[in-house]
Design a protein around this ligand. Structure first.
Ligand code: ZN
Ligand code: ZN
Ligand code: ZN
Ligand code: ZN
Ligand code: ZN
Length: 337
């Protein structure tokens, strides 16, 4: 009994497996297979036959064949990329950049590349202190000779600092000449000499005037220490200074106007007027003077003469000497303002 059951079960299982084998794959087979075509090939491509060789920058082409089904297809061959060789045109140094050229061995394309400067090859040298400078270390490049001092980090040595030390000896600086001071250096402890820079002048403005011809204001200075003097021309300023400058300019123009427009063109006429005036007035005064002298009235005669002389002087000033007098008057006013 048991054996028969087992047989039935085994047969049933076999039958089920057989049905499954036939029916299940049928659902996975594509439509094409159902129409009677061969099942798809999982192509296995060969290495192919090159139809166009690739270059450094452009891809090539090849035909590949499936070793299973014999089908062929076109494939890209990637660009190979450049194969550069480096040519040194100029070696980089510690003071200058270098230059190399990259040249492709295949296509000859090329480009230049700047190589950064190398660092200096410093040697450390001990430098003894002296009268003016502290002991120091000097770093000097073996290649280019550039150097710096350890204490300052620059090409300048560090001078002794005796500014606040008790001076063993000192020469005071003047406006234009440097002084010196000898004492114990605060930085290195050695005795040394420190140069004290010249003080430079201490300019104090003394006065200011306006230069009519250049239109500039001239400042006059003196040094409060050594009495050196200097002048400085500056553009005439606006504001309060400008007012006085403008006033003197106006006065100058008035003087010029009188001289150029009135006295110069009419100089001859004015001189003639003066002559006529002196003559016309001189005749009656002369007659009266003679009469007074004859009447022995010396006091009256003297007064008449004085009045006459004063009148002549005043009219001479007004008619002939006026341009010169106006000029003098204006200069006085300008110098006061
Ligand atoms: Zn295939
Ligand atoms: Zn190339
Ligand atoms: Zn160097
Ligand atoms: Zn020192
Ligand atoms: Zn000075």
């Amino acid at each position: 009994m048991k054996a028969r059951i087992w047989l039935v079960l085994v047969v049933a299982a076999f039958a089920a497996a057989l049905i499954g084998a036939v029916t299940l794959p049928s659902t996975a087979i594509p439509a094409a297979a159902e129409e009677g075509e061969a099942p798809p090939c999982n192509h296995a491509w060969d290495s192919g036959r090159t139809t166009k060789a690739p270059s450094c920058t452009t891809p090539g082409e090849k035909i590949v064949t499936c070793i299973l089904c014999g089908i062929t297809q076109r494939d890209d061959i990637p660009a190979t990329g450049h194969n550069y060789e480096v040519l040194v045109i100029k070696e980089a140094t510690c003071s200058a950049t270098g230059l190399v050229e990259h040249v492709c061995l295949i296509c000859n394309s090329r480009y230049e590349e700047v190589i950064p400067t190398k660092s200096h090859d410093y040697q450390k040298i001990e430098v003894d202190g002296d009268d003016y400078y502290c002991h120091d270390w000097k770093y000097e490049c073996q290649v280019c000779g550039s150097f710096y001092y350890e204490s300052s980090g620059t090409e300048e040595r560090t001078a002794h600092n005796v500014a606040n030390a008790t001076a063993l000896l000192s020469v005071e600086p003047t406006c234009t000449t440097p002084g010196a001071r000898m004492g114990k250096c605060a930085a290195c402890g050695e005795y040394g000499i420190m140069e004290v820079p010249a003080l430079g002048h201490d300019w104090v403005m003394e006065s200011q005037s306006y230069d009519q011809s250049s239109g500039m204001t001239v400042n006059y200075y003196f040094c409060s220490r050594c009495n050196e003097i200097k002048t400085e021309e500056v553009e005439a300023a606006e504001g309060s200074l400008g007012v006085s400058v403008d006033l003197s300019e106006i006065l100058n123009r008035v003087a010029e106007y009188y001289q150029n427009s009135i006295y110069e063109p009419y100089a001859d006429l004015l001189l003639m007027l003066f002559g006529i005036f002196a003559g016309i007035w001189g005749i009656p005064v002369g007659i009266s003077y003679i009469i007074a002298r004859k009447q022995d009235d010396k006091e009256k005669a003297r007064k008449m003469l004085v009045n006459f002389v004063l009148g002549i002087v005043v009219s001479f000033c007004l008619l002939v000497a006026a341009p010169f007098l106006v000029d003098v008057f204006m200069q006085v006013i300008i110098s006061v303002t």
